[in-house]
Unconditional design. Structure first.
Length: 557
């Protein structure tokens, strides 16, 4: 049987929906006006659904009054906060296009996004940790060729931009950053020509609900659920699988902190009696490894979503057993696919929920192909995972060449992930094509080695990468975070642990002990940086028979 599968509505009973985000929110508000919709734990602010909808409409009216129209690009460059959510739903109300900007971006990156996406209005945090967003916006504005309005702070509900009680929104536009009069999207007063409704009419391109509803129903969300969302809102995991999946089911969004903090996350779960928790594997690992982890009352949890990168089996088992998340779900997808294509279900057994990323969602197709030829592989054979359906993006904005690299003539999205489809249609992620190590002609998938090393008693976290080698092409480097920094594993211990249990060519020949891995804002490990550091540095432990990373080996491994 070929590695191809398609979803049907038989698994969820959900038909393709043509709802706008605003219409979907309206139904939720009508059904549960007095239930909590949003809790911002750091500030102590809370919204019921009726309050949330009112503030969303206030901000939508303000945007309309300040000239934002359907189809205009509105940027948001901020850490997680209640205002972020309000902007998300207010722009959807009026049919504006929200452009999410990574909070880690620096000045030149923000300038590129503003110009490339054609952003006319920018909402930004004042600052966070070492990032001074206000200063960077001012620097970009000094030479901006496009108009940008910086909303640098916001009061309760994000209904007006203020600083020390007064508006601080400025506008720069035109050549060489010629200044325009200051403009503030304030809703403290009703605009003279207030439209009858801030809601944008639906269009054929606004089918926004099917994926999030299908995914939410896979873990049986109801209005009783309270979902802790520590993943960043700028990423699809936070704003789609988080916010949209929550509001479409009448549940409550809980913001534990502006950016991920393992202790703050568990405190929020305990305090707000959350029933669901989100995170990428590294977030769950950080939570489980807190010295006082056992002191948190997590008994309210029943489910959650783990996504973003493959989850080690041992970590998943601990999440189920120690965090009470017996119904936790694994999701697989990409921003480009809106985002989820595959997901495990609550009634899947533990092996399927720890060993796979689930099966295809309704109305989507997936297949595994030979990366070189594009031919669909037999089931049980590794290849590149591709997906097709209503959720696949039309393309990268104004980048037809990059679009053609990702989406073929048959509208299949090529993910770049190596996968294997089982006989029952469940899919295992083997690794990234770019991460695959080729040592002496043997293909090595880092995830297999990582899964095994997670069982080592001295290893809390591990990442495996390939390092250039003149003799074998690449050598296997294991980067580890020890459970006890005072007693890290040695290379000899790691190799002895693997001996006889992994094929000899998969056993790491190099070891690096680290306090933390380089991470993206969304919690993914930057493997390319691990490789670069290892090639540059001298902190890699090498066996006596290997002179150095990048040098020749005598093949005794």
């Amino acid at each position: 049987m070929n590695s191809y599968a398609h979803g049907s509505d038989g698994t969820s009973g959900t038909s393709l929906l043509g709802d706008t985000i605003g219409a979907n929110l309206d139904r939720t508000v009508a059904a549960w006006p007095d239930r909590e919709a949003l809790v911002d734990v750091p500030s102590g602010r809370r919204w019921t659904y009726s309050q949330f909808a009112a503030d969303v409409d206030q901000l939508a009216y303000a945007l309309l009054a300040s000239g934002v129209a359907k189809g205009d690009r509105v940027g948001i460059w901020a850490i997680n906060c209640a205002e972020w959510v309000l902007v998300q739903y207010a722009t959807a109300r009026i049919g504006a296009i929200m452009v999410n900007i990574n909070p880690a971006y620096r000045t030149h990156e923000v300038e590129f996004v503003l110009n490339q996406a054609g952003i006319s209005v920018l909402f930004a945090s004042v600052g966070h940790k070492s990032s001074d967003y206000r200063a960077m916006v001012d620097q970009v504005g000094a030479g901006a060729r496009s108009c940008a309005r910086s909303c640098t702070s916001a009061t309760r509900a994000g209904t007006r931009c203020c600083g020390a009680g007064r508006p601080t929104c400025t506008r720069t536009c035109g050549p060489a950053g010629a200044s325009c009069p200051a403009t503030t999207p304030s809703t403290s007063s009703t605009p003279r020509a207030r439209p009858a409704s801030p809601r944008a009419p639906p269009s054929p391109t606004t089918t926004s609900s099917t994926t999030v509803i299908s995914s939410g129903e896979s873990i049986t969300y109801t209005e009783q659920d309270r979902v802790c969302i520590p993943v960043p809102f700028y990423h699809c995991f936070g704003m789609v699988m988080g916010n949209l999946a929550v509001t479409s089911h009448g549940a409550c969004m809980v913001i534990p902190a502006p950016s991920f903090d393992p202790a703050a996350t568990l405190k929020a779960v305990q305090r707000e009696r959350c029933t669901s928790l989100y995170g990428v594997p590294t977030m769950f690992i950080a939570e489980l490894n807190l010295p006082d982890f056992a002191s948190y009352d997590l008994s309210s949890l029943r489910t959650g979503i783990m996504a973003g990168s493959p989850c080690p089996v041992e970590v998943m088992k601990r999440v189920v057993a120690e965090m009470h998340m017996a119904e936790v779900s694994i999701c697989y997808g990409m921003t480009e696919t809106s985002p989820v294509s595959l997901q495990t279900r609550r009634d899947d057994d533990l092996e399927h929920r720890t060993g796979t990323v689930g099966r295809v969602l309704p109305y989507l197709e997936v297949k595994v192909v030979d990366p070189a030829t594009g031919v669909t592989q037999p089931r049980g054979t590794a290849g590149e995972l591709c997906t097709r359906g209503y959720s696949v993006m039309l393309g990268y904005w104004n980048e037809p060449e990059k679009t053609a690299e990702a989406i073929d003539a048959g509208r299949w999205m090529h993910t770049g992930d190596l996968a294997m489809m089982r006989e029952d249609g469940y899919v295992e992620i083997v690794g990234r094509i770019k991460d695959m190590i080729i040592r002496g002609g043997e293909n090595i998938y880092p995830r297999e080695i990582e899964e095994f090393l997670y069982t080592h008693p001295k290893i809390a976290d591990v990442q495996v990468v390939g390092i250039p080698d003149e003799h074998y092409g690449e050598e296997v480097l294991a980067c580890v975070i020890p459970r006890d920094p005072a007693d890290p594993p040695t290379l000899e211990e790691v190799r002895a642990f693997c001996d006889g249990r992994l094929a000899h060519y998969k056993i790491p020949t190099l070891l690096r002990t680290m306090d933390a891995f380089p991470m993206t804002v969304s919690g993914k490990v930057r493997k390319i940086e691990l490789r670069e550091r290892a090639v540059r540095g001298s902190e890699v432990e090498v066996p006596a028979d290997l002179p150095s990373p990048g040098g020749s080996s005598d093949g005794t491994n």
